[in-house]
Design a protein around this ligand. Structure first.
Ligand SMILES: Cc1cc2nc3c(=O)[nH]c(=O)nc-3n(C[C@H](O)[C@H](O)[C@H](O)COP(=O)(O)O)c2cc1C
Length: 140
């Protein structure tokens, strides 16, 4: 099992339709290719964690890096690990843009920190980093 985490900056012109397209493509492709993970969108920045077979995740990341809908793609961490953290999510998504996030979404998101912390016996550095950055974003 391999995991990879990166952050990037959305094109200023990105639309809700663009995001929906990304999610539709992702959920379809990821489900077929045994990739799971989570994508957070906040203040025009993305942070994403991907997990799956090493070659599949690396090949997908290469495609994502070239995607014109975002820029400044920065790899934060990648490593082999024992088990999946997001077994049931082909691509969980949180839109935390301050003007359209509501309280129940925010609570759901924070609740996921607790669940993830609970199910993760030995969280890898990447997973800790992912939740740490996501938590900073949600608290902004
Ligand atoms: C922030 C962001 C995250 C993405 N995450 C995924 C993903 O998890 N899985 C996926 O298949 N495509 C994802 N994409 C879309 C890919 O960049 C690419 O458009 C898609 O793999 C289709 O590529 P293709 O048309 O060359 O096959 C993401 C794009 C962006 C901008």
């Amino acid at each position: 099992m391999f995991e990879l985490i990166y952050r990037s900056v959305a094109r200023p012109t990105i639309t809700t339709a663009d995001i929906e397209n990304i999610l539709n493509t992702s959920r379809d492709f990821n489900a077929k290719n045994n990739i799971t993970g989570c994508l957070v969108f906040h203040n025009n920045e993305f942070i994403q964690i991907l997990e799956g077979d090493t070659q599949t995740v690396k090949a997908l990341y290469a495609k994502i890096k070239n995607d014109q809908r975002h820029t400044d793609v920065m790899l934060l961490d990648e490593n082999e690990k024992e088990q999946r953290i997001f077994p049931n999510w082909s691509m969980a998504y949180y839109d935390l843009n301050s003007n359209n996030v509501n309280e129940s979404d925010r609570l759901l998101f924070i609740n996921n920190f607790i669940i993830t912390a609970d199910i993760t016996e030995k969280p890898t550095h990447a997973v800790k980093l992912f939740w740490h950055i996501a938590k900073l974003l949600v608290e902004e």
